[in-house]
Design a protein around this ligand. Structure first.
Ligand code: PBG
Length: 330
């Protein structure tokens, strides 16, 4: 008998113990990567207005944040620098400075936590350029691919030398994973991973992030000549295929929830570790709903994280990581 009333799907949902027994996926603190913003200054916590509950931390306070993550069972952090305006330039040269904000933050965390936590670093020039684009631009403002890749290679080596564990290119230039991998191998960084932002869309959900890193007012135009068209899915599979062939250890889909179909398809097609970035605009939407009295933060956060796991993600970058990890109880 395979039909009602012999089959009643509500039978296994009738009690909490049974629901627990039949649950298909589970979120744990080990699924979370916590993005942290770093800023110049001393003993500083600077709240990001557009991301209530998120702050930029000075380097001398960043290790304390990392320790909170370790204590909560979070396996990795993603670092983003808010570079001072006077250190931004047309060519983003600050990205290559071994003592830039990013490198000092990496060292502070690694000195304090060692291998208790992984440090993922974003590779792209937007925190360092005076025009806010992720790469070098020509006279027309077009982001030039091959010249940019050369700088990204230097940026990656700079971060790896400072102690980064995972290099995460978020720039969407063609060929950058192969170039970065080759350079890392040659420099002896054979165990430094590459998590490529393989399918990164030209999204309206990045607004608060650009506030946080201070590139918002600088960016003219958009990033549509390199970030993907939100209408495209087949193209995302090609991006992923290429990045894997070039040596990416894992791939990322970004933004998260609006692109859950992409994460699912990537996992189905390639069976590789897939991560989703629940981006700043997604965080801000949840916080706005909570502030409006329209939602329960804890339930919303856990439900969205569960959705990523159900879609096949190995993990999620989320500004709610510390909160979620504590809810889940390491
Ligand atoms: C930079 C970068 C961006 C984000 C991560 N790395 C912004 C952008 O591409 O403009 C967005 C993260 C977020 O919105 O939370 N290359």
């Amino acid at each position: 008998m395979t039909s009602y009333p012999h089959v009643r799907l509500r039978r296994t949902r009738a009690s909490a113990w049974s629901r627990a027994l039949h649950r298909e996926v589970e979120v744990t603190p080990a699924d979370l990567i916590w993005p942290l913003f770093v800023t110049e200054g001393h003993d500083l916590e600077a709240p990001v207005t557009s991301l209530p509950g998120v702050s930029r931390w000075s380097v001398d306070r960043i290790a304390a944040q990392a320790k909170l993550a370790v204590a909560a069972g979070i396996p990795a952090l993603a670092l983003f620098p808010n570079t001072q305006p006077e250190r931004r330039s047309h060519d983003g040269g600050e990205a290559l400075n071994p003592d830039n904000l990013m490198c000092r933050a990496i060292r502070a965390i690694k000195d304090a936590c060692g291998n208790d936590i992984g440090v993922l670093t974003d590779v792209a020039l937007d925190p360092y350029t005076s025009h806010g684009q992720d790469g070098l631009i020509d006279e027309e403002g077009y982001v030039v691919n091959d010249e940019t890749v050369e700088v990204l290679v230097g940026q990656s080596l700079n971060q790896a030398a400072a102690g980064a564990d995972i290099i995460a290119p978020s720039d969407m230039m063609d060929g950058r994973v192969a170039a970065i991998r080759a350079a890392l191998e040659e420099a002896g960084h054979i165990n430094v991973q590459i998590m490529s932002y393989a399918a990164k869309y030209a999204s309206a959900f990045y607004g608060p992030f650009r506030d946080a890193v201070g590139s918002h007012g600088l960016l003219k135009g958009d990033k549509k000549t390199y970030q993907m068209d939100p209408a495209n899915a087949e193209e995302a599979l090609r991006e992923v295929e290429l990045d894997l062939a070039e040596g990416a250890d894992s791939v990322m889909v970004k933004p998260g929830l609006p692109y859950l179909d992409i994460a699912y398809r990537v996992k189905q097609a390639f069976g590789v570790p897939v991560f989703a970035y629940q981006v700043s605009g997604e965080y801000a939407m949840i916080e706005a709903a909570v502030a409006a009295g329209a939602a329960d933060r804890d339930k919303m956060v856990l439900e969205t994280l569960t959705a990523f796991k159900r879609a096949g993600c190995s993990g999620v970058l989320t500004y709610h990581a510390l909160h979620a990890a504590r809810l889940l109880g390491a």
